[in-house]
Write a protein that binds this ligand. Structure first.
Ligand code: 5CA
Ligand code: ZN
Length: 409
């Protein structure tokens, strides 16, 4: 699949800082030290509805990861998937009478537009589950042939007991895992499984559902976790720097993915850090396509809101926090954008070198975007109150806000 166009990232004077970020697996902060090419995998959308502010907040977090790395003069090798065949997508298509491929294509196109408008840097490889199937089949065959997977009435399940590290990403107890498995696409109640948590790797063809040639697996379609493993191993290999997603992906998705990869390669870890963004809520409940309590990026854009203001609304919250989208959150961002634009539109202003270092330090400190915004607020307030004589300052502030926060002033 094609991704979306990249907005330019201005070069900044001086040197960026290494990112210290919260890793779910260790439960603490790790200092990432990628090579000259940092490797990032971020789980993509299941395209059965438009991009909402929760999605946007999560992609914003990993856009910041890239911007911090780029500021250290590294390149970033970024891969993202699109879960363009899965139960919720097929169910939605049946419910609305849509063709499932048309639904997936339409919503993926809208996602690209939203990402472009929000100045999110695109992945170099943007890969759909359907196009990954030829790479998934041999992996499932290998897992089955090595004894890490087994057949149940034509479906193939992964055996979580085949991985000695199982549980090490999300660090949850057995009861919590069982509850989340049932909630998030698993089938712990199905009789005949070796362990109730075992996830499906390959689902044998069902009547009325799409299916593909699975070689010795028979016709069917891939499970969810193996999709991301196949794509990540193909394009990044084991031991890449960060796997990212919202906190609802820690278990089972990232836990199972890590286990699949470990069983396939005998290596550990799959990702050096597992990074999870908090959940955005509306009216007190997590925004989710299944509940329908959504604020869509595209709708807010169509209502005339500058995408830069949407981005500032996201940045005003720490990526690990759970927070609530409200009209006031957006209004505050619109006001902030206006203040910042007025401040950089003058020919000169207070010196901004210290601000650049504050921005770098805030973001390197577990992507503390609220602290970054506060630093720019202080510069803008000083500009408004006293002005300044540094002719390079407004330009430097614009470039720094663009390069590090993805906001065009
Ligand atoms: N296709 C899979 C990942 S392989 C998937 O989870 N798709 S999704 O469309 O449901 O979610 C896409 C991303 O948005 C995931 O990282 C998910 O954790 C995140 N996300 C979903 N809802 C919210 C929310 N309310 N707040 C923050 N992030 C969210
Ligand atoms: Zn994924």
């Amino acid at each position: 699949m094609h991704a979306w166009p990249a907005s330019e990232v201005p070069a900044l004077p001086g040197q960026g800082r290494d990112l210290r970020i919260h890793d779910t697996a260790t439960g603490g902060r790790v200092t990432l030290a990628p090579g000259p090419v940092a490797r990032l995998y971020v789980c993509g959308i299941t395209p059965y509805d438009a991009t909402h502010m929760g999605h946007a907040a999560t992609y914003n977090a990993f856009d910041l990861v890239q911007r911090v790395w780029l500021d250290t003069k590294r390149q970033v090798h970024y891969v993202q998937n699109v879960t363009d065949v899965d139960d919720p997508l097929l169910e939605r298509a049946v419910a609305t009478g849509d063709d499932w491929t048309a639904l997936a294509e339409r919503e993926t196109a809208l996602f690209r537009e939203d990402m472009t408008a929000l100045r999110m840097l695109p992945p170099q490889h943007y890969i759909g589950a359907v196009e990954a199937i030829p790479g998934i089949v041999p992996l499932v065959e290998r897992l089955r042939d090595s004894g890490a997977a087994y057949e149940l009435e034509g479906d193939i399940y992964f055996s979580v007991e085949s991985d000695p590290h199982f549980g090490g990403v999300s660090n949850l107890d057995a009861e919590a895992m069982r509850l989340l498995s049932a909630e998030r696409g698993g089938d712990p109640e199905r009789p005949g499984k070796k362990n109730p948590l075992d996830p499906m790797l390959w689902m044998a063809a069902r009547d009325g559902e799409p299916s593909w040639d699975g070689g010795s697996l028979g016709r069917g379609r891939p499970g969810w976790h193996i999709e991301c493993v196949a794509i990540a191993l193909d394009h990044l290999g084991m031991g890449f720097d960060v796997q990212g997603g919202g906190s609802d992906l820690a278990f089972p998705h990232h836990e199972m993915g890590a286990s699949h990869a470990q069983a396939l390669t005998g290596e550990h870890p799959f990702a050096k850090a597992y990074v999870h963004a908090g959940m955005v809520a509306l009216d007190g409940e997590k925004m989710s396509k299944s509940k329908g309590n959504l604020v869509f990026v595209s709708k807010v854009r169509r209502a005339g809101t500058d995408p830069a203001a949407i981005r500032l609304a996201l940045l005003a919250h720490h990526y690990r926090a759970d927070w609530e989208w409200t009209d006031q959150v957006l209004q505050d961002a619109v006001d902030r954008l206006a203040r910042w634009r007025a401040a950089v539109s003058r020919p000169d202003g207070p010196p901004a070198e210290a601000l650049l270092e504050e921005l770098r330090e805030a973001l390197a400190d577990d992507l503390d975007s609220p602290a970054a915004l506060a630093a720019v607020d202080r510069w803008a307030a000083k500009q408004q109150a006293e002005g300044g004589t540094d002719e390079g300052a407004p330009g430097l502030v614009s470039r720094a806000v663009d390069a590090l926060l993805g906001v065009a002033l």
